[in-house]
Design a protein around this ligand. Structure first.
Ligand code: EPZ
Length: 418
């Protein structure tokens, strides 16, 4: 089992280019199920979750031509021979549940394993299923599987109980081939949803309002293949900026629109960092130890839950105490006990963590528990005195491409040990 070894205490300086966004690439690769022709995607990040998605698409019968070393993938869903997404594939990556919409829309049937929970929460999919039923799908739950069928989906009005990213993506992909107009209300506004909509429009879908809470879709009878470049990963960018800030350095991240993490940049500025918002890049210069600031995670454009753990690592070495509230997932504080092993002083009260900043942390052996928690532990290890060894970093490889190389590029002492 691989581990990551870090010798902390050195400021990170320099610049790094972010990879394509995992949370845009996953639904976009799956959207190829909707198209009659071949789809070519570029800037696809080389990640475990991407390989899992390609395996699932291959299992369904999609012809997969992947050159992940060049971040290129070509997909053609012209010989789908099964409509079953089995448990062993779905359980490792819950985002697979968004195959439901496309399979139903194009083939009228789907059998997809219920994803099950994960470390950060139960993560049910009721909003997805309620929406698909509104479009006329028959849904049964049997033996841990969702069995869905529809002669042809019919457009309708669907109001989400919560602006769920996955439910918005599933219904967007179902509605583009449904009969007539679909109005999706209380949608997720995340940039990754907008990138998916852009891809669907390149296939000939008729969509308006993506990125706002109401999306209008006019269903088509078929869609063509397309070329699309995946957007830059804003969470990866935020992670490197947080590492630069916590370590007292000066970091620039290239390859993304700064607007997409404005709520994070505002918090870094409140905490005393100097931020430069460029055309396609963001610069962060720390002007001394971070100041403690409070933060609450919210749906986009609020502070992203996927940056909560990384932000907590910065607050762990800040001047003063900060209150960090997690409102999106019910169990996303697993990094707290591992940060405490490095000397962080954090108390949890319900969905709020009280973080009392320490002048410095001390390296220790720790363990990753989920994807973004692993990133938080790397940030803490980089600013702790001495050696930190992080175990179970397979969590990290799900969402960060060549992370140790990129941190080495910024001057960090980090290496992967077998
Ligand atoms: C997406 O997950 C992301 N994953 C998550 O990133 C991200 O944290 C999350 O959106 C929120 O931004 C991908 O895009 C692959 P939700 P998703 O549906 O779609 C509840 C990462 O680290 N809910 O917006 O699963 C749910 O339990 C990952 O890259 C229901 O109750 O998130 C959660 O509490 C982690 N019923 C909340 O809504 C439903 O039917 C938000 O979930 C659907 C969701």
């Amino acid at each position: 089992m691989d581990k990551i070894k870090i010798i902390g205490g050195k400021p990170l300086n320099g610049k790094v280019e972010v990879s394509g966004a995992k949370n845009a690439a996953l639904p976009i690769l799956i959207s190829s199920l909707l198209a009659d022709g071949p789809c070519r995607f570029s800037r696809v990040p080389r990640l475990q979750d991407i390989r899992t998605t390609l395996k699932l698409l291959g299992h369904l019968g999609v012809s997969v031509n992947a050159h992940l070393d060049q971040n290129q993938v070509e997909l053609h869903a012209d010989h789908i021979h099964t409509l079953d997404a089995p448990y062993d594939l779905v359980k490792t990556m819950r985002a697979s549940v968004v195959v439901l919409g496309p399979l139903l829309a194009r083939f009228g049937r789907a059998k997809v394993s219920l994803p099950g929970g994960c470390a950060i929460g139960a993560r049910p999919i009721g909003f997805h299923l309620a929406g698909l039923e509104k479009l006329g799908a028959e849904i049964q739950l049997e033996g841990g599987y969702v069995i869905a069928s529809a002669k042809r989906l019919r457009g309708n009005r669907v109001a989400f109980e919560f602006p769920s990213v996955g439910a918005t993506e599933n219904l967007l992909m179902a509605s583009v081939l449904a009969e007539g107009e679909t109005i999706l209300e209380n949608c997720a506004k995340e940039p990754e949803v907008v990138d998916l909509a852009k891809t669907l429009k390149a296939m000939g879908a008729q969509i308006e309002g993506e990125g706002t809470e109401t999306i209008h879709v006019q269903g088509k009878t078929s869609l063509v293949g397309c070329d699309h470049e995946i957007m830059g990963d804003r969470i990866e960018a935020g992670t490197f900026l947080a590492a630069g800030f916590a370590s007292g350095g000066n970091v620039r991240v290239d390859g993304l629109n700064p607007d997409y993490i404005e709520s994070l940049l505002v918090k870094f500025e409140e905490a005393g960092a100097k931020i430069t918002r460029g055309d396609g890049f963001i610069g962060l210069q720390s002007l001394g130890r971070p100041k403690a600031v409070d933060m609450t995670t919210q749906p986009y454009p609020g502070f992203p839950t996927d940056m909560q753990a990384q932000f907590m690592a910065v607050m762990a070495v800040a001047e003063g105490a900060s209150l960090i509230s997690e409102t999106i997932f019910e169990n996303r504080f697993m990094h707290v006990s591992e940060l405490a092993r490095l000397g962080a002083d954090i108390a949890i009260r319900g969905n709020t963590a009280i973080v009392k900043g320490q002048k410095s942390l001390r390296g220790a052996p720790i363990m990753a528990t989920d994807l973004r928690a692993s990133a938080s532990l790397i940030i803490a290890g980089l600013c702790a005195q001495g050696e930190t060894v992080i175990d179970r970093i397979y969590h990290l490889d799900r969402g960060y491409e060549r992370v140790e190389e990129k941190i080495q590029q910024l001057g960090g002492s980090i290496e992967r040990v077998r």
